[in-house]
Design a protein around this ligand. Sequence first.
Ligand code: ATP
Length: 246
Amino acid sequence: MADRNGLETHSLVKCYGGKTAVDDLSFYVNKGDIFALLGPNGAGKTTTLKMISGLIIPDSGAITLNDEPVGNARHRIAYVPDEPTIFPNLSGREYLRYTGRLRGLDTEIIHQRTMLCSGVFEMDGWLDHRSGSYSHGMIQRVVLSGAFIARPDLYVIDEPLVGLDPPAAETFWRMMEAAASEGAVVLISTHTLPIASIYCHRFGIIHHGRLLRTLSRGELSGADLQDLFFKVTGTSPAEVHDFFRD
Ligand code: ATP
């Protein structure tokens, strides 16, 4: 294994029963880079992100962060699942205080970072309300804020844009860019290819658990990421125009 300052997966395999969800997956994400894992539904993205975050154990393979087994670095990882939840009786602020304390952060630091996140994600009007009353996008803003408040070395974020309105989505990307420019490693999975092609530094396309292609934004050189996705995965949108005619 080469020395690497960042995240590296080595021949990851994960099977569910007889089905291989992730198959010999090796890729790296350099420190300071935003890497987007792309793939059709069921390709193995969430399974990969969960293995990296330690939520499920690979059947084989290895994962390192800055050349250490990722298991030694759990406290330096923030994982945001694709369907985040908050205990409904907690307010967003209480959730952020709770997750900040679990990280061992000082109360004043949590308070300052919460104020910053509340400002950029426009949560001031409702952050003290019970989260049971929040919309999906409001929960997403709070949970993403929890990751930003932690300032981890590695962000693992599954489908960050689902539920976010355009300003919040733009804010999310700006926050990710700022975190990466401070040296964080950022791994996201997304289906929002046009926006990913603007903000992400590298892309990995997987299908049936196998990595088919990695490329940098430079290698994309202005080509349409969605077209490339269709070509590499052999997928395309269906013809539907006759459906409503009979
Ligand atoms: P999507 O884009 O739809 O979120 P994905 O790329 O994240 O998909 P995964 O959720 O990783 O895909 O699923 C990969 C494969 O593993 C799929 O075939 C799925 O049915 C299977 N799978 C995932 N989780 C489980 C599980 N807990 N038990 C059994 N099979 C699973």
